[in-house]
Design a protein around this ligand. Structure first.
Ligand code: DC
Length: 228
């Protein structure tokens, strides 16, 4: 029996990245940050100054992108056609462009195909917005992580500030709300909570508490003897 596929969905700033990373580390699973993949497409669109209305051009671009996640001693890095773009894809203007890029059906099709390829063997933690609903609807474990928009905006603000970016708290909260609306309101694969997902609201909870809850749940779903 193979190891499970773990799907983690939820809005931005709900703690998905940190928890997916920790969960994957603790289980020895591969961590696939699908948001980073859409960010890579947005970065390439931005660099090539492509018009998003040029769907054929954007589709061609997606077909020529090689996205790799590499494990280093400093954590996981994201590479686009061999270049480490881990920081470049986190710039606020790329975040906003990513919401628009991720709403293009052809982009989603290309990314979903890559994500299925990367995850099909199991032993993976995939984080995103549509993992449990579209990418792997049969995933053995599905979590939906949430937190209030204010709390999520505050967390994103701290993250950006620590990364040395000059940001404004209220503006960051407004951007989180704007992205929520775009992600939930889009026609193609909007952010939804799958019915069979375990809901965890992380407002007021610390990372260790949430992680312990997730690990307990996963333990019950793993093949007998695994991870013992
Ligand atoms: O998780 P994140 O903030 O890095 O995601 C960046 C953007 O990509 C965000 O606007 C939501 C979108 N996204 C998506 O539409 N589907 C996914 N599976 C992952 C992210």
């Amino acid at each position: 029996m193979r190891e499970p596929i773990i799907a983690i969905d939820g809005p931005s700033g709900a703690g998905k990245s940190t928890l997916s990373r920790l969960l994957a580390e603790r289980l020895g699973f591969t961590h696939i940050d699908t948001g980073a993949m859409y960010r890579c497409v947005a970065l390439a669109v931005d660099r090539q100054q492509l018009d998003l209305a040029d769907v054929a051009g954007v589709t061609r671009l997606c077909d020529n992108l090689t996205i790799d996640f590499l494990r280093t001693s400093a954590g996981q890095t994201v590479h686009l056609n061999g270049e480490d773009i881990s920081s470049a894809i986190r710039q606020p203007h790329i975040s906003l462009l990513t919401s628009r890029v991720a709403a293009i059906p052809e982009v989603r099709e290309a990314m979903v195909a890559q994500q299925r390829e990367m995850g099909q063997k199991g032993g993976v933690v995939l984080e995103g917005r549509d993992i449990g609903s579209v990418v792997f609807p049969d995933a053995e474990v599905k979590f939906y992580l949430s937190a209030s928009a204010r709390e999520r905006g505050r967390r994103r603000f701290e993250e950006l500030r620590l990364a040395g970016q000059s940001v404004d708290l209220e503006q960051t909260i407004a951007e989180v709300e704007e992205r929520d609306l775009a992600d939930q309101g889009r026609e193609h694969s909007p952010l939804v909570q799958p019915e069979d997902a375990v809901l965890i609201d992380s407002t007021g909870l610390d990372i260790e508490q949430v992680l312990a809850r997730m690990l307990d749940y996963v333990a019950a779903k793993r093949p007998q003897g695994a991870g013992a």
